[in-house]
Structures are given as C-alpha cells and as structure tokens.
Design a protein around this ligand. Structure first.
Ligand code: HEC
Ligand code: HEC
Length: 375
C-alpha cells in the first residue's frame, strides 16, 4: 500500500482556503454572473490507448482476477449502481464485510486523491488498481498468479501483445484497467449542459438550488471547480454507519486496515478516523476527501460510511451545520434552510447527474491451457 502524503500536504490546505474565500465572495443572486469563478464544466476526456481500454474493460469484469475467482472489480463497482454497489458499507473478499462505502467511479481519472481517506494520489490509478487486486479485503490476488492465469487465455495474450507488446504482467494488468477507468465519465448531466451555455437545461428549482449552493448554503466553499470538489480534506462530522458499531467483522476489517497503515494505538479505535491513519497527525482525525458531486443522483448511499440513503438526508445534515466532531470544519454552520430551499438544493444536486452507464458485461475469453513447459 502506497501513501502519497508529501504530495498531498502541498495540495490540500491551500485550495480549501481559496475556495472558502471564494464562497464568501459569492452571494445568492450574483451566482449566474459568478459561475465562471466557482463552477466549471466537466474536464475534457483524457487521451487513452484504445487497445488497452478494450483489454481493461474485459479485465474489469473478469472474476479470474480475484484469488477465489468469485469477484471482479464490477462486483463492488457495478455500472448499474452508479459504479458502486448500492450498499451503505461494502462487502469484501469472500463475503468479509468492509468498513467503508464503495466509491463510485465517474470521472475517476480526474481526481486529486483516491480513497475516502485520500491515501493515494489521483495521478496514480495503476497503484490503486494494484491495491484493489492484491488487498486481502478486496480481491486478495497475487499478481504472479494473475499473470499465470491470464497467460492461459490466448485471446488475452493477443490483447496484451496489441496493447503493450508482451505477455500479461502485473504492471500491464494494472495499466490496462487504469486505462479503462479513465473512460468512465459523466454523460449528459443537465448542469454540465447549462455551464456550456444551454440556459434551458436546468429547471427553475434547480437554478434556485444552484444559487443556494453557491450562496446561502455555502456548499461551493468545498465543492467547486470542474470536479465539484476542492480536492481537500475536511471533517464534516458525517456519522459512522451503525453497522460498524454492531458488526464485529467490520470492526476487525477496520482495525486490520489501521494496523496495516501503522496507525498509532489502533487497537483502541472504534470508529473511522479518516486521514489520520495516513498522516498520523491528530489534526487530521475525522477528515475525509471532498467527493466529486457529478452523478450524485446515482451513487447513493452517501458519505464514507454510506450513512445517508438519500440526497434529502444529506441536505438535512448540512442544514444542521454538520455534526460535532474533532477538527470540525469552521465552514459548516447551521443554515436555516426552508423546506422549499431544501427541495431546490436537492433538485440542483439531481441536475449534476447524467445518463446511467450503458455497459454490459463483455464476452470474456475462455482458458485454453498451455502445455507444461511452454508457460
Ligand atoms: C470487495 C469490493 C471491492 C472490489 C472487488 C473492488 N473495489 Fe474498488 N473500492 C471498494 C471500496 C470499499 C472502496 C473505498 C475504499 C476506501 O476508501 O477505503 C473502493 C475504492 C475504489 C476506487 C477509488 C475511487 C475514489 O474516488 O477514491 C477506485 C478507482 C476503485 N475502487 C477501483 C477498483 C478496481 C479497478 C477494482 C478491480 C481491480 C476494484 N476497485 C475492486 C470496493 C471494492
Ligand atoms: C467543509 C467542506 C464542505 C462543505 C462546506 C460541504 N461539503 Fe459536502 N462533503 C464534504 C466532505 C469532506 C464530504 C465527505 C464526508 C464523509 O464522507 O465523511 C462531503 C460529502 C458530500 C456528499 C456525499 C457525496 C457522496 O458521493 O457520498 C454530498 C451529496 C455533499 N457533500 C453535498 C454538499 C452540499 C449540498 C453542501 C452544502 C449544503 C456541502 N456538501 C457542503 C465537504 C464539504
């Protein structure tokens, strides 16, 4: 497991301060004129290698990449569930329960940091794929075994030759899936169309919601720019999921994870302490990465703990000013939103949502075992 602490330290505090300043300069009513400052359309698609994408797509759905051949990436990141699993807390390898929500993958090639606690650099999707495949919690795969299995599938061998000029090999497997991840994008979100000049793309309610988002509700202080995220870390006080307290297996998974990260005193922890397990700095206790909000209408349940089932619950949470917690962000205060304003804010969040992905499980090539000695 790789941590990218040093690079993160440079990024994270400054943008959130800038965004805070930005939030203060915006007032409700002036948003349309100011959208250039706080909002931006989706980033352009990344350039990709088509052969690697074609291979990565198959591998993403192939259960032979997990130790027991029972799960693929798509088991926890299903296109039909907004690239998540639709559950509050994720399952894990062989049904072992995990302690966090499975992230959605829309526009994942454009994130600053990966994972809820920001433990990986966004530029390094290949490392993330390696972690997902080899972590005992997710796919528990040995990369040498993956390599040997894929070599026994002639169609894959040919695709690796086309994409990389060589046999299946750890770094190429991760690279192919990373290339496919870069193609997962929001499609036709009304708010993106609006930002590109289509005034009619937003309902009147969503437009009022946009003004609240950038004004009275202050969301834009953290959710800004082309990713609707400052790429920073904040403690909002989003509560843990009750299952984490009652399910011993989830506790064990969490503590094993903290132990792997070298988290001080991990045996005494009972809740998810976020970025602290990466930095070991007490001022990071309870901090999580600001998620992108594109496609948020299809990626619930919400927050690192999946504790909120609906966007209305998320808005209620912010209306209360978040919850008390160590290191809580000073940007969160009770908002005093009326029921109509809450509905407008939800309508705006829904306008960030594009079409459901139209991806079906690709045809997966069969094994054709090589002769002993020709491996
Ligand atoms: C058993 C369930 C499971 C499987 C299988 C799985 N993941 Fe994940 N994935 C998760 C969970 C849970 C998280 C969030 C983990 C965290 O923050 O601690 C996650 C996070 C991610 C993220 C980070 C997204 C972000 O914005 O931070 C990416 C990308 C990702 N997974 C891709 C993959 C790929 C590619 C595969 C296959 C090689 C895969 N996952 C297999 C459960 C799974
Ligand atoms: C202080 C920075 C900050 C502000 C202000 C803020 N957010 Fe967030 N937002 C976050 C962080 C951090 C998370 C992740 C928290 C967690 O998982 O514990 C988050 C999570 C969310 C999520 C869940 C996304 C998902 O994929 O699970 C939604 C929706 C959301 N915020 C909407 C809003 C709205 C609407 C507002 C304004 C009312 C707002 N946020 C204000 C930082 C902020």
């Amino acid at each position: 497991m790789t941590t990218m602490l040093r690079r993160r330290r440079r990024h994270c505090r400054v943008p959130s301060l800038l965004a805070a300043a930005l939030g203060l300069t915006l007032s409700a009513g002036s948003v349309a004129a100011e959208t250039g400052a706080g909002f931006a359309p989706l980033p352009d698609p990344l350039e990709v290698n088509a052969d690697r994408v074609a291979l990565g797509e198959k591998l993403f759905f192939d259960t032979r990449l997990s130790g027991d051949t029972a799960s693929s990436c798509a088991t926890c990141h299903s296109p039909e569930q907004g690239w998540g699993d639709g559950q509050a807390l994720s399952d894990g390898y062989t049904g072992i329960s995990y302690f966090r929500n499975a992230s959605g993958l829309f526009n994942v090639g454009h994130r600053n940091f990966l994972m809820w606690d920001g433990r990986l650099d966004g530029a390094d999707l290949g490392t993330l794929v390696r972690d997902m495949m080899t972590e005992s919690h997710t796919m528990n795969m040995d990369s040498r075994l993956a390599q040997q299995r894929l070599k026994q599938v002639p169609e894959y061998a040919a695709m690796f030759e086309d994409g990389f000029g060589g046999d299946p090999y750890g770094g190429k497997i991760y690279g192919a899936i990373a290339e496919y991840l870069k193609t997962i994008r929001t499609a036709n979100a009304p708010f993106d169309a609006f930002l590109r000049g289509d005034e009619g793309a937003l309902s009147a309610s969503a437009k009022r919601g946009m003004e609240l988002f950038a004004g009275k509700a202050g969301c834009i202080a953290c959710h800004s720019g082309a990713m609707l995220s400052d790429g920073g870390l904040h403690a909002t006080g989003a509560p843990g999921h009750p299952d984490l307290q009652t399910d011993a297996e989830r506790q064990i998974t969490m503590l094993r994870y903290f132990a792997t990260m070298g988290t001080p005193n991990y045996m005494n922890l009972r809740s998810d302490i976020g970025h602290y397990s990466v930095s070991k700095d007490r001022s990071d206790i309870g901090k999580f990465v600001t998620p992108s909000l594109w496609d948020v209408g299809q990626t619930g349940p919400y927050m690192h703990s999946g504790v909120f089932a609906t966007l209305a619950e998320v808005v209620d949470f912010y209306d209360e000013g978040g919850r008390e917690t160590l290191n809580k962000s000073p940007l969160l205060k009770p908002l005093g939103l009326t029921p109509d304003e809450k509905a407008d804010l939800v309508a705006f969040l829904e306008s960030l949502t594009g079409d459901a992905p139209k991806v079906s499980v690709p045809d997966l090539p069969e094994y054709q075992l090589r002769q002993v000695g020709q491996n």
